[in-house]
Design a protein around this ligand. Structure first.
Ligand code: AMP
Ligand code: ZN
Length: 118
């Protein structure tokens, strides 16, 4: 298992200590349904490795993050939202409203989104 942090809710999800609706999993990434969905499709993709924010990814994490994004593309296709379109969001720190300090990317789709974001 990659590095974990004991008090981190998403590390607990990665370790299956907290139940979630898992939609995808491999050795380094797990994806699950957001508990408070903001769209018909709202999944969270996380690396199993504990990385606090986007500010903290290292050069060696680039491949992991790239693979994670490709898995989000696959999930969008599987959910039938790829052609209409979808949004991928990574909130970093206070101004973006990051609530959970374990890197995660939101996959949102199934409705039209406005721009710019609030
Ligand atoms: P962020 O503002 O980007 O940090 O978003 C954190 C997201 O995690 C929110 O959309 C929450 O609804 C979601 N979340 C928090 N706890 C859980 C959980 N136990 N299972 C699924 N989603 C969660
Ligand atoms: Zn964590």
């Amino acid at each position: 298992m990659p590095a974990m942090k004991d008090d981190c809710i998403f590390c607990k999800i990665a370790k299956k200590e907290i139940e979630t609706a898992v939609v995808y999993e491999d050795d380094e990434v797990i994806a699950f349904k957001d508990i408070n969905p903001q769209a018909p499709v709202h999944f969270l993709f996380i690396p199993k490795k504990h990385i606090e924010t986007l500010n903290d990814i290292s050069a060696e994490d680039a491949v992991l993050v790239g693979r994670m994004v490709a898995k989000m593309r696959d999930a969008a296709r599987e959910q039938g939202i790829a052609e209409d379109g979808y949004r991928v969001v990574m909130n970093c720190n206070r101004n973006a409203g990051q609530e959970v300090f374990h890197l995660h990317a939101h996959l949102l789709g199934g409705r039209k989104f406005s721009w710019p974001p609030g």
